[in-house]
Ligand binder design. Structure first.
Ligand code: SAM
Length: 235
């Protein structure tokens, strides 16, 4: 990966960035995404936020090497603290982290989202946490993609301001992804079902405390939800 050639995962994130936007890429590591988008003439300005010094320095180096220091500002900051109201950021990207960490970044910095119209996230795991956060914070899910790269499955979620009602199954598998129903989607959830069956078997062998019983019920509920989705049964 470099500033001219992104991974398929980051290319998918880039494809959802609106033309001429002001971008904040949070957890920007080498600043690959903002540099790539600037090289393509797709964004006006960008902030690359990084909380760790090494990746922050790598990002600063790449921005300088590409001659973008006047249009991409690299900031050492925790999450959305990289953004000030006066930056007028319109689009936020957060990619390559767990869904729980992405959600905590959004929650901790939601007062910084004043001008933000679109949030594009790529959680490595646990996308449900972001979908739940979106509903609670009046964002809706306008698009989703799922892709396979290097034997790993990635989801990309696109949030915009608005309200929508989602079922439990929508939140778990994705309201857009379940309708697109790609082969990767099918494979992901078949794999999850197998894994959950293994978990149920292990839990059945454990001492049946209240906690274990609750865990079994939760896993069983997810199994039923996903089975119905894969069998095209409506809830
Ligand atoms: N976004 C790039 C991508 O998708 O390829 C880099 C992903 S890398 C696995 C995650 C990056 O997020 C790391 O550089 C890490 O230091 C940074 N990070 C983690 N928590 C963060 C936070 N709270 N604020 C800013 N950056 C964070």
């Amino acid at each position: 990966m470099n500033t001219n050639q992104l991974s398929e995962r980051l290319s998918m994130v880039a494809s959802f960035v609106p033309k001429d936007t002001v971008l904040a890429d949070i957890g920007s590591d080498h600043a690959y995404l903002p540099c790539y988008l600037m090289n393509k003439g797709k964004i006006r300005r960008a902030i690359a936020g990084e909380v760790v010094k090494g990746p922050f320095e790598a990002a600063s180096r790449n921005v300088a090497l590409n001659g973008f220091t006047d249009r991409i500002e690299v900031r050492l900051a925790n999450g959305l603290q990289a953004i000030e109201e006066t930056d007028h950021v319109e689009t936020v990207t957060i990619a390559g982290m767990g869904g729980t960490l992405i959600t905590s970044i959004l929650e901790a910095g939601k007062d910084r989202l004043t001008h933000v119209q679109r949030i594009i996230v790529q959680p490595n795991l646990h996308a449900i946490a972001i979908r739940e956060w979106a509903v609670e914070n009046e964002f809706c899910i306008v698009d989703e993609e799922i892709l396979l790269e290097d034997s790993k499955i990635y989801e990309v979620l696109v949030l915009e301001r608005g309200t929508a009602e989602y079922s439990k199954a929508d939140l778990l598998v994705g309201p857009v992804l379940r309708h697109k129903r790609s082969n990767v989607f099918q494979a992901k959830w078949e794999r999850e079902l197998q894994e959950w069956q293994r978990v149920i078997k292990a839990l059945e062998k454990a001492e049946q405390t209240e906690e274990i019983k609750q865990k079994r019920a939760n896993v069983q509920e997810n199994i039923e939800l996903v089975r119905k989705v894969l069998a095209h049964e409506e809830e």
